[in-house]
Design a protein around this ligand. Structure first.
Ligand code: HEC
Length: 410
């Protein structure tokens, strides 16, 4: 049913839309509160229990914010909690993982040159890695190492680099980076869900009951917030990376990932220090720039660059290769698309297959049937600006090919 391919594409867009919006809300509020927290000023006239205050101006009004370190003397009737920004980001992100990578496992998740596993095995590895990752992280934080802020951070860094390497040994480069982002983001969201919010609820409950809350709860939440602070920027990098094959589809992609985590720290350090009014550590930008240059250089290290083509058509795509329209479609793609979508593109200014999409062999064309249908059959997104003058008739041919091939298996 071709309607399914169309609905699937729209479902993916809807999930992405939601995911980006919720992520903006989460990261926005999280950055806002970090800066607010660091910028608080202590004054004499503050009410009992208040730790600091800040004046802000926004949207035509002035805000006077005061922070109570443990809690105010009396609990306010209405408290605004910040948790759904995080939960909704995780849920919509997980939905996208299912739609794009589990739904399109044969194309996007597994690469038989990396590891020859079935789609089901790959999905189980993906799910297990996310769940176990959180358990491992949580145990490390609660272990004796967890008492040392920087010792723990160094250890977590090693775990993340090991995961980066591990994912590249199992999945496609694109899925490896996406999973590294999902692995990290799952830790961040779980920090909110399992630690930060529950601890805060216990504190609120204690205060209402007139008990003194355990300061350990606050310290634990603060530790997790600190991790979230430093992990935010790398996560966004990994989530966006699937548009940039130089990042994910090159030989040293896992080293690049390791450097990106460091950039997350150097960039955040500048903002954290500045917001705390402790000076401007400009050196962090120099380090960030050096790291970025190193990343760019690593992406050009030659040879083992991208994975080889699959010579044979995978069984799941055989129906597209067997279809009566295929010879004509294959001919069309060769004339209209292959000058850009090749291992070595002939089109001037394009040095790598765009988005890692190669359309040279029949196997590649058959495997990309759904994408070709969406990009060049149903829509005219490709070729860009119709630069190779694909005709309407050719687009109808692509459409007929895909629709009849999926129709046959009904
Ligand atoms: C002039 C060069 C050029 C030609 C010709 C061309 N493409 Fe592309 N294609 C690109 C570029 C550049 C991108 C990356 C666009 C982006 O990242 O937004 C791309 C991306 C794609 C993608 C991936 C889209 C995604 O979102 O991941 C597909 C699929 C694709 N092209 C299919 C085709 C097909 C089918 C044809 C022929 C009908 C074609 N392209 C012709 C340059 C080209």
């Amino acid at each position: 049913m071709y309607e399914f391919a169309i609905a699937w594409e729209w479902l993916a867009f809807a999930a992405r839309w939601l995911h980006v919006v919720t992520a903006i809300a989460w990261i926005g509020s999280s950055f806002y509160f970090i800066a607010l927290d660091l910028g608080l000023v202590r004054r004499d006239h503050l009410p009992p229990g208040a730790y600091g205050e800040e004046w802000q101006v926004h949207g035509g009004g002035f805000y006077h914010i005061q922070k109570y370190l443990v809690a105010p003397a009396a609990m306010p009737e209405h408290l605004t909690w910040f948790k759904w920004e995080s939960y909704a980001t995780w849920l919509s992100g997980f939905a996208m993982l299912c739609i794009v990578y589990y739904g399109g496992a044969d194309l996007f998740l597994i690469d038989r040159h990396v590891l020859d596993i079935s789609a089901m095995t790959a999905i189980l590895i993906s799910l297990a890695s996310l769940g176990l990752g959180w358990i491992l992280y949580d145990l490390l934080c609660k272990s004796p190492v967890g008492k040392s802020t920087w010792g723990l951070m160094a250890l977590l860094y090693l775990v993340l680099v090991a995961m980066a390497w591990g994912y590249t040994q199992v999945f496609t480069g694109r899925a490896a980076f996406l999973h590294l982002g999902a692995f990290t983001a799952t830790i961040m969201s779980a920090n909110v869900f399992f630690i930060i919010i529950p601890n805060q609820k216990i504190v609120v409950g204690d205060l209402i009951a007139g008990r003194t809350p355990d300061p350990k709860l606050g310290a634990q939440a603060k530790q997790r917030s600190l991790h979230n602070n430093y992990l935010t920027l790398p996560v966004i990098f990994f989530m966006l990376s699937n548009h940039y094959p130089l990042a994910f589809a090159t030989a040293f992609n896992w080293v690049i990932a390791g450097l990106v985590f460091l950039m997350g720290v150097t960039i955040r350090h500048w903002f954290n220090t500045t917001h705390a009014r402790k000076g401007k550590p400009t050196w962090t930008w120099a380090v960030t720039a050096l790291l970025f240059i190193l990343v760019m250089w690593l992406s050009t290290v030659p040879e083992i660059l991208t994975v080889e083509e699959r010579a044979e058509t995978a069984p799941e795509f055989q129906r597209f290769a067997d279809n009566a329209h295929f010879p004509a479609v294959s001919e069309t793609i060769s004339t209209r698309c292959s000058m850009c979508h090749a291992a070595e593109p002939a089109y001037e200014g394009i040095v790598r297959p765009p988005n890692g999409v190669k359309l040279e062999s029949e196997a590649e064309i058959a495997a990309r049937a759904r994408e070709i249908y969406i990009q060049a059959g149903r829509s005219h997104a490709m070729p860009p600006g119709n630069i190779t003058e694909m005709t309407d008739e050719e687009r109808r041919l692509v459409t007929a090919w895909f629709e009849s091939a999926v129709g046959e298996t009904r």
